[in-house]
Design a protein around this ligand. Structure first.
Ligand code: NDP
Length: 300
C-alpha cells in the first residue's frame, strides 16, 4: 500500500482563505476587524521567526496584528500589566504569549492572566477545563489543525480507535480530548507505556507528538491507518553537505507510508496548520465577543 500524502500546506492555505473571506464579511457587514496581539519576551531566534510569520499571515487575512516585544530582563509584573491592558482593549480579540518564556517567569501565572475569551492558544486553565468537560472552549491550535485534517480525510470519526503518542499539555492531552469528543476510543501512550508498538498497531488513527526523530516505523502501523505526525526534529544530513541538517517527524516516513492509508509529511503536514488555526481561533474569538455566529468548519 502507498499512503495518500495529506498536504498540510495546501489545507492550511484553504483555511486561511476561508478566514480571509469571513474577515471580509465581518468588515463589510459589521465594521469589525479581528485583532491578534502577539507578545514576545526576549529574542529567541526560533520565536522571532514564528512571531514574524504569525504577524505576516495575520495581516494577509485582513486582521490587525499587534506585536509587543519586551526585553529578556522584563519582570513578571510588567508582562502581567501588559496582558491586563490587552485584555481590556476592545480592538484585541486574541492574545498569544510566545513560549518559551524566560526562566525567571512563572509560565502558568502568565498563561492564566490572559482573558480566557481571548486565549487563542487555548492554554488557559479555564479553556482546558471547558475542553475536558465537552463545553465550548478555545482549542489549542496544533491539535485543532490535526482534528481538521482527520475530519477532512475520514469524515465521521465516531467509533474509530485512536492512539495519541505523547501527553503534553500543548499537543497530546488536548488532541486526546478532541478525539474523545468526536467519539473515538482513545489511548494515550507515553514514555512509560508498555508494548507501545502493539498498541499503535491497533489504531485506525495514530497521532505522534513525541519529539523523537523517526521513532515510529512502519511495523508500528495498522495497514490503512491514518497517521498524523506532529513531531518536528532536526537531524544531521551529511548527504546534503558538511554540517547540514534536515527536518523529520516522529514517524519514519518511508516505512510508514508503505503501510498507512494516509500520512502527513514533515515538513508540510501539521506545521502549516498551526498558524492557520491560530487565525481561525482569533476569528472565532472576535465573533463570540460580538455575539455573532461562529465561522463554520473552523472550530472544534
Ligand atoms: P513534549 O516534550 O512536551 O512531550 C513529549 C511527549 O512524548 C511526552 O508525553 C513524553 O512522555 C512522550 N515521549 C517521549 N519519548 C517517548 C518514547 N520513546 N515513547 C513514547 N512516548 C515518548 O513535546 P510536545 O508535545 O510539546 O511536542 C511534541 C513534538 O511536536 C515535538 O517534536 C515538537 O517540536 C512538535 N510540535 C509541533 C508543532 C507544530 O506546529 N507542528 C507544535 C507543537 C509541537 P512522558 O510524558 O512520559 O515524558
Amino acid at each position: 500500500m502507498t499512503a495518500e500524502i495529506l498536504d498540510g500546506k495546501a489545507f492550511a492555505a484553504r483555511i486561511r482563505g476561508q478566514v480571509a473571506d469571513h474577515v471580509g464579511r465581518l468588515k463589510s457587514a459589521h465594521g469589525l476587524t479581528p485583532g491578534l496581539a502577539v507578545v514576545l519576551v526576549g529574542s529567541d531566534p526560533a520565536s522571532e521567526v514564528y512571531v514574524r510569520s504569525k504577524g505576516k499571515m495575520t495581516r494577509e487575512v485582513g486582521m490587525n496584528s499587534f506585536e509587543h516585544r519586551l526585553p529578556e530582563t522584563t519582570d513578571e509584573k510588567t508582562l502581567l500589566g501588559l496582558l491586563d491592558d490587552l485584555n481590556e482593549d476592545p480592538a484585541v480579540h486574541g492574545i498569544l504569549v510566545q513560549l518559551p518564556l524566560p526562566g525567571h517567569m512563572n509560565e502558568s501565572n502568565i498563561i492564566n492572566r490572559v482573558d480566557p475569551a481571548k486565549d487563542v492558544d487555548g492554554f488557559h486553565i479555564l479553556n482546558v477545563g471547558l475542553l475536558a468537560t465537552g463545553q465550548k472552549a478555545m482549542v489549542p491550535c496544533t491539535p485543532l489543525g490535526c482534528l481538521m485534517m482527520l475530519r477532512d480525510r475520514l469524515g465521521d470519526l465516531s467509533g474509530l480507535d485512536a492512539v495519541v503518542v505523547g501527553r503534553s499539555n500543548i499537543v497530546g492531552k488536548p488532541m486526546a480530548q478532541l478525539l474523545l469528543r468526536d467519539s473515538c476510543t482513545v489511548t494515550i501512550a507515553h514514555s512509560r507505556t508498555r508494548e507501545i508498538e502493539a498498541k499503535c498497531r491497533a489504531a485506525d488513527i495514530l497521532v505522534a507528538a513525541v519529539g523523537r526523530a523517526e521513532l515510529i516505523t512502519g511495523d508500528w502501523i495498522k495497514p490503512g491507518a491514518t497517521v498524523i505526525d506532529v513531531g518536528i526534529n532536526r537531524i544531521p544530513a551529511p548527504e546534503r553537505g558538511e554540517g547540514k541538517t534536515r527536518l523529520v517527524g516522529d514517524v519514519h516516513f518511508p516505512s510508514a507510508a508503505a503501510v498507512a492509508g494516509a500520512i502527513t509529511p514533515v515538513p508540510g503536514g501539521v506545521g502549516p496548520m498551526t498558524i492557520a488555526c491560530l487565525l481561525a481561533n482569533t476569528l472565532t474569538a472576535c465573533c463570540r465577543a460580538n455575539g455573532l455566529k461562529e465561522p463554520e468548519g473552523l472550530t472544534a
